[in-house]
Design a protein around this ligand. Structure first.
Ligand code: GLU
Length: 477
C-alpha cells in the first residue's frame, strides 16, 4: 500500500484540518470550538505478561476525546502501528460519528500495539484480560463511563474476555454486561452486530441512490444495480459490504485489494469464495488467474464505487490525482487524507465520509448496550402478540373472501411474510436502516441548502459539531 506522501499531515492533524474547514463555516464561540476539537485525555499503559517463559511488555492506549455525553464509546484496535496520534484521531472521529447518528455517547478509542497473529488464543486471552484490567481499574471500561467495542484486529472473542474480566472485578454490578459491546450473542451480544458496519455501508449507499440529484453529482445515474465496485480490504467490514451489495443490490465487485495483492475481474468476483480463500490461505494470492501482485495501483482502476475498508491514509497526496472512481464511500476510518480530500473535491469526486459511512457498527453497539441495560432481548414481549394481531387480519380477510361473490385468495408468500413477527435481527436491521437514512438526510440537507458547503464531509462535520456544541451549551459551557 502507498504510504502517506511527504508533507502529509498526521492522521490526527488531518482530522483537525477537516474539522477546521467545517467550523469556519459555523458561528461558534472560539473557546467552544477549541473545547470540541481537543482530545480530553489519553491514557497510556505499559504492562507485562509472562509468555513463553519470559515477560513481554505491551503498550496500550485509551483516549477520550469528548465527554459531552457519557458513556464515551469507541473500539479497541490491535495492530502494530497503533500510536497515540492515531488513537486520538480515531477518538475524535467517534465523537462526531456518534453525534451524526444520534447515539447518546461521547467519543473514545483504544489500541494495543500488537500483531495478534503472533500469539495463540490462550496468549491473546491473557494479554486482553490484563489490558482490560488496567483500563477497568481506571474506569476506562465501565457501562456508565466508557464502553469499548471491536475494531481492527479484535472481534467478538476479545469483547467476551473483556466483559468477563470486568464482571470479575465488579461482581455486584448488575449492568456489567453493558461495559463493552460487540460481544457474541451467547455472552450478552446482539444479533446483527458482526455484519453491522458492512450492512451500514450498504444502507448508506442505498440511501445515496434514493437521491438522483446526489447520484448525478458523482456523474452516475440509476440504481446500485450493475454498478462496478472496488473494495480495498476484505475484512469484516469490507466483506459484509461487498457481499450485501453484490447479493442484494446487484452491484458487481470487480476488484478486491488485500495486503498481498489484488484480484481483478470485470465479470464480477464471488465475494464469499474470495473471503473463504483469504481465511484459509492468508491472502488473495493463488485464488485465480485474476491475481495481480501490486495491489495499490488497483485503487486507481476505473470503477463506479470505490470502498476503502482497511487502513487510514490509503488515498493520499501520492495517488489522489490518479483515483478514477467518481464515488468513494469510506468504510474505514480516515482512508482519505486531508490533502487527498482537497484534490478529490477539486476533481468533483463525491466522498461519503467515514463518520457516516461506517457508523453502522456503533449504531448497533448502541442497541446492544440498551439491550444489556434493559436485560431483555428486543422483540421478546411483542413478537407473538404482533403475530396474533396479524393472524386476526388474515383470518378476517379470508372470511370476507369466502363470503363474497368475488373469489380471491391471499398469496402464501404474503401470508408467510406478513404473519411472521419481527425477531431481534429484523429489528436491529430496521433500526440501523432508519438511522442511516436519517443521518444521510441531515447531512444532505446542509450539503444541498448551503452554497458554501460543497461536500458531504463538511456537511457531516457541521451537523455533528452543531449537536456536540448544543450539548456543551446545555451543560452551561
Ligand atoms: N470500532 C467501531 C468504529 O470505529 C465501532 C465502535 C463501537 O461500536 O463503539 O466505529
Amino acid at each position: 500500500m502507498d504510504g502517506n506522501a511527504v508533507n502529509e499531515p498526521s492522521f490526527r492533524e488531518s482530522v483537525d484540518l477537516m474539522f477546521n474547514r467545517a467550523v469556519q463555516l459555523m458561528e461558534l464561540p472560539p473557546g467552544l470550538e477549541d473545547k470540541i476539537r481537543v482530545c480530553n485525555s489519553t491514557y497510556t499503559v505499559r504492562f507485562g505478561v509472562k509468555l513463553r517463559g519470559e515477560i513481554k511488555t505491551f503498550t496500550g492506549y485509551r483516549s477520550v476525546h469528548s465527554e459531552h455525553m457519557e458513556p464515551v464509546k469507541g473500539g479497541i484496535r490491535y495492530a502494530l502501528g497503533v500510536n497515540q496520534d492515531e488513537v486520538e484521531a480515531l477518538a475524535a472521529l467517534m465523537t462526531y460519528k456518534c453525534a451524526l447518528v444520534e447515539t447518546p455517547f461521547g467519543g473514545s478509542k483504544g489500541g494495543l500495539c500488537i500483531d495478534p497473529r503472533e500469539y495463540d488464543e490462550d496468549e491473546l486471552e491473557r494479554i486482553t484480560r490484563r489490558f482490560a484490567y488496567e483500563l477497568a481499574k481506571r474506569d476506562l471500561i465501565d457501562p456508565a463511563q466508557n464502553v469499548p467495542a471491536p475494531d481492527m484486529g479484535t472481534g467478538e472473542r476479545e469483547m467476551a474476555w473483556i466483559a468477563d474480566q470486568y464482571a470479575r472485578m465488579n461482581t455486584t454490578d448488575i449492568n456489567a454486561r453493558a461495559c463493552v459491546t460487540g460481544k457474541p450473542p451467547h455472552a450478552g451480544g446482539i444479533q446483527g452486530r458482526v455484519e453491522a458496519t458492512g450492512r451500514g455501508v450498504q444502507y448508506a449507499l442505498q440511501e445515496f441512490f434514493r437521491h438522483p440529484d446526489d447520484v448525478a453529482e458523482a456523474g452516475l445515474s440509476g440504481s446500485l444495480e450493475g454498478k462496478r465496485v472496488i473494495v480495498q480490504g476484505l475484512g469484516n467490514v469490507g466483506y459484509h459490504a461487498a457481499k450485501f451489495l453484490a447479493e442484494e443490490d446487484g452491484a458487481k465487485v470487480i476488484a478486491v485489494i488485500e495486503r498481498d495483492g489484488a484480484l481483478v475481474d470485470e465479470a464480477g468476483l464471488d465475494v464469499d469464495a474470495v473471503s473463504s480463500w483469504i481465511r484459509t490461505h492468508g491472502g488473495v494470492k493463488g485464488y485465480s488467474t485474476h491475481y495481480v501482485e501490486e495491489g495499490a495501483p488497483v485503487l486507481e482502476h476505473d470503477c463506479d464505487i470505490l470502498i476503502p475498508a482497511a487502513l487510514e491514509g490509503v488515498i493520499n497526496l501520492g495517488n489522489a490525482d490518479r483515483i478514477k472512481a467518481p464515488l468513494i464511500i469510506e468504510a474505514a476510518n480516515g482512508p482519505v487524507t486531508a490533502g487527498a480530500d482537497e484534490i478529490l473535491r477539486g476533481k468533483g469526486t463525491v466522498i461519503i465520509p467515514d463518520m457516516y459511512a461506517n457508523a453502522g457498527g456503533v449504531t448497533v453497539s448502541y442497541f446492544e448496550w440498551v439491550k444489556n441495560l434493559s436485560h431483555i432481548r428486543f422483540g421478546r414481549m411483542q413478537r407473538r402478540q404482533e403475530e396474533a394481531r396479524h393472524q386476526l387480519i388474515v383470518d378476517e380477510l379470508e372470511r370476507i373472501s369466502s363470503d363474497s361473490s368475488i373469489q380471491w385468495t391471499l398469496s402464501p408468500d404474503f401470508k408467510q411474510k406478513y404473519l411472521r413477527g419481527a425477531g431481534e435481527l429484523e429489528l436491529v436491521r430496521s433500526g440501523l436502516d432508519d438511522t442511516m437514512r436519517g443521518a444521510y438526510q441531515a447531512m444532505r440537507e446542509v450539503w444541498r441548502a448551503r452554497d458554501d458547503v460543497t461536500d458531504l464531509r463538511t456537511a457531516a462535520y457541521i451537523v455533528a459539531i452543531d449537536r456536540v456544541a448544543a450539548s456543551y451549551r446545555a451543560k452551561g459551557l
